[in-house]
Design a protein around this ligand. Structure first.
Ligand SMILES: [Zn+2]
Length: 122
């Protein structure tokens, strides 16, 4: 199976990094509309997190931990946290994995796995 990657998008006009992708650069002094992908991953700092119970259909675990991290390049992103002893400000490592498995029931069932960040202990 191919390796999945996550990306930030660098404005080719001013260099600002975006995640997720926008149509127009979010720098108020720039109107750039062209972006180049920059691989996003590696070490990050956990800014905040929450634990969610009563998960929607498609999840089998009793709860999931979600966090917002800041990467070393300043980009912030959300993702699942793959462990339970969590502290704000701790260092994590971003991996990419299946965060949800949708089953689309139309004629034949189709499984559409959705990929996203899963943060792990370094
Ligand atoms: Zn820009």
């Amino acid at each position: 199976m191919e390796e999945r990657k996550m990306y930030a998008y660098r404005c080719t006009k001013c260099g600002k990094l975006h995640h997720p992708r926008y149509i127009v650069c979010q720098n108020p002094d720039c109107d750039g509309r062209e972006f180049e992908p920059v691989e996003l991953g590696g070490k990050a700092k956990l800014l905040t997190w929450t634990r969610v119970y009563n998960l929607p259909e498609g999840f089998t675990q009793p709860w999931l931990n979600f966090g917002i991290v800041e990467f070393e390049n300043g980009v912030r992103a959300t993702g699942q946290i793959g462990f339970d002893d969590i502290e704000n400000g701790m260092e994590v490592v971003a991996t990419v994995g299946v965060v949800r498995n949708f089953e689309i029931r139309y004629k034949e069932s189709v499984h559409e796995p959705e990929y996203g960040f899963i943060f792990q202990k370094p």
